[in-house]
Write a protein that binds this ligand. Structure first.
Ligand code: T4K
Length: 407
C-alpha cells in the first residue's frame, strides 16, 4: 500500500500546509546503545574512581575495535579531528599534503592547523572519492603525503593511491571517519595505508558521544601516536617530545563498549532504511541514490542522492528548503567544498579550475535522514515526499516564483 504524503502542492508546508513531521527529523540523530548496560558501566567508572588516562574501559574498547577491524593497534582519541592531527604529526608530514576538497572541513583543517598546506584534488564523480589520476598531477617536490577519504563509508581508490604513494615515496593515510564497519576487498577498513582515522562523533553510525581512533599495523607508528596523545610522556617524569592531550575518557569508552554490542543491530537498521529509500527512489528520473557495493560490507550510515536539476526543475537547494519547512533537516553535505571555505578560498595558489567535479557534485548532493531513531514509515514518508516534490517540480517552481513576485 502506498502512503499518501500530500494530495496537492497547496498542502506543502511552504505554501501553508501542515509540516509532514511534527518534530524535527535530523540527518545526524545519534544511535544509542542499550541504556541499562551503559548506566551500569558508568556506575562502574564512578565506583572505580578511574575517569581517564589508560582506564580499563579505554583499554577494553581498543582491544575490541582492533579485533573487530583485524588490525594490530587501535589508539582511541578524544575526537576524529585530533586523531587526524596526531597521525599527521606521527607521520612527520611537512610541506604539502594532497587531499580531497569534497569532504568535511576537518580533513583540511587538521593539516592547516599544523601549518601544512592542504592541496585540494578533484574527485571521480562516479565514486565521490579522490581521483588518483588527478592526484598524480598535483605531486611536487614539496608533497609529503596523501590523505584519502572514504566518503560516505565507500572505500576510496586504495590500490591506486597506494601505488602512487609507493612510486613517489609519499606517506598515505586514510580519513575513515565515515567507514567504521565497511570492507574493501573483503578486508575491514582500518588496516590500509600507514594508518586510518575514525570519528566516533555523536552523529556517526558508531559513536562515543565525542571520540575517534587511529588504527594501524605499524608498531612504531602506534607507539608514537600513543606518546603524542599523552603530551609525549613515555614514563612518569619523562617526556620525549611535544605531544597533545588526545585521550579518550572512561565515560566515552563506556559508551563505545555499549555501541560495540549494538553495532550489528545499527548496521541492520541502516541497511533496512537504505533499502526502503532505494525501493522508493529507484525509478525516478533526475535523481540517483549513491550506491554501496553489493559484494562488500557497508554501514549504510549516509543516504545520499544526486539531484539533476535539469530534470527535476527544482534545484538541490530548493529541495532542501522545501524539506526544512516539512521539518526534515536534510543536509547539503559537503557543500561548498573545502576550497570554497576560509582560509582556502582566499588562497590564490589553490587552483580551483582543477576542482570542477567537486563543485558540480557538491551542488547536487542531498543527504537524507536515517539511523535507529527513524521508523520504516518515517523513511517511506521522506522518500515519498522527495518523489512528490520532483514529480510536481514544474508547478512548485511556478508557485514559488509567483509567491516571490507577490512579496
Ligand atoms: N573527517 C570527516 C570526513 C568527517 O566527516 C568528520 C566529522 C571528521 C573528519 C572529524 O571528526 P570529529 O572531530 O567530528 O570526530 C557533523 C559532525 O559534527 C562531524 O563530526 C561530522 N564529520 C560531520 C559530517 O557532521 P555538522 O556541523 O553537520 O553537525 P551538526 O551540529 O549540524 O549536527 C548534524 C545534525 O545532527 C543536526 O541536524 C543536529 C543533529 N544532532 C547532532 C548532535 C551532535 C543530534 O540530533 N544530536 C546530537 O547529539 O557536523
Amino acid at each position: 500500500m502506498s502512503l499518501t504524503i500530500k494530495n496537492n502542492i497547496d498542502e506543502l508546508a511552504t505554501f501553508g500546509g501542515a509540516p509532514l513531521f511534527d518534530g524535527l527529523i535530523h540527518v545526524g540523530r545519534p544511535n544509542l546503545p542499550e541504556r541499562e548496560a551503559l548506566i551500569r558501566r558508568i556506575n562502574e567508572v564512578l565506583d572505580n574512581r578511574w575517569l581517564t588516562n589508560k582506564g580499563p574501559f579505554v583499554l577494553e574498547l581498543e582491544k575490541r575495535i582492533a579485533n573487530y577491524l583485524g588490525v594490530k593497534h587501535c589508539i582511541t582519541i578524544c575526537n576524529g579531528t585530533i586523531a587526524l592531527e596526531i597521525i599527521i604529526k606521527a607521520l612527520k608530514l611537512k610541506g604539502e599534503v594532497i587531499c580531497p576538497s569534497f569532504t568535511f572541513i576537518a580533513t583540511a583543517h587538521a593539516l592547516q592547523w599544523l601549518c601544512l598546506r592542504p592541496v585540494f584534488c578533484d574527485i571521480d564523480p562516479r565514486t565521490h572519492n579522490l581521483d588518483p589520476k588527478q592526484v598524480e598531477k598535483l605531486i611536487t617536490q614539496k608533497t609529503s603525503g596523501i590523505v584519502g577519504v572514504h566518503l560516505w563509508g565507500r572505500p576510496c581508490a586504495i590500490e591506486e593511491l597506494t601505488a602512487l604513494a609507493n612510486k613517489h615515496q609519499l606517506k598515505l593515510f586514510f580519513d575513515a571517519a565515515h567507514a567504521f564497519g565497511a570492507t574493501h576487498g573483503g578486508r575491514m577498513i582500518g588496516g590500509f595505508g600507514e594508518a586510518e582515522v575514525f570519528s566516533f562523533h555523536a552523529t556517526k553510525m558508531f559513536n562515543t558521544f565525542e571520540g575517534g581512533a587511529i588504527t594501524t599495523n605499524n608498531d612504531d607508528l602506534a607507539a608514537r601516536c600513543r606518546l603524542l596523545k599523552n603530551f609525549g610522556f613515555k614514563d612518569y617524569d619523562l617526556v620525549l617530545f611535544p605531544g597533545t592531550n588526545g585521550k579518550m575518557s572512561e565515560i566515552h569508552a563506556a559508551m563505545g563498549l555499549g555501541m560495540m554490542d549494538s553495532l550489528d543491530h545499527i548496521i541492520k537498521e541502516n541497511k533496512k532504511h537504505y533499502r526502503t529509500y532505494q525501493h522508493i527512489l529507484k525509478e525516478q528520473d533526475g535523481l540517483r541514490i549513491v550506491s554501496y557495493a553489493e559484494t562488500e560490507q557497508s554501514n549504510f550510515q549516509y543516504v545520499v542522492v544526486e539531484i539533476d536539476e535539469g530534470v527535476t526543475m527544482l534545484s538541490r537547494d530548493q529541495l532542501v528548503e522545501l524539506f526544512f519547512t516539512e521539518n526534515i533537516l536534510a543536509r547539503r553535505y559537503f557543500y561548498p567544498g573545502c576550497h570554497r571555505m576560509e582560509p582556502y578560498a582566499s588562497d590564490p595558489t589553490q587552483d580551483t579550475d582543477l576542482l570542477k567535479q567537486t563543485d558540480r557534485i557538491s551542488q547536487r548532493t542531498l543527504c537524507l535522514p536515517t539511523g535507529t531513531s527513524l521508523t520504516t514509515e518515517d523513511v517511506e514518508k521522506i522518500g515519498r515526499l522527495l518523489i512528490f516534490l520532483i514529480k510536481n517540480g514544474k508547478s512548485i517552481l511556478e508557485k514559488l516564483q509567483t509567491s516571490i513576485q507577490l512579496i
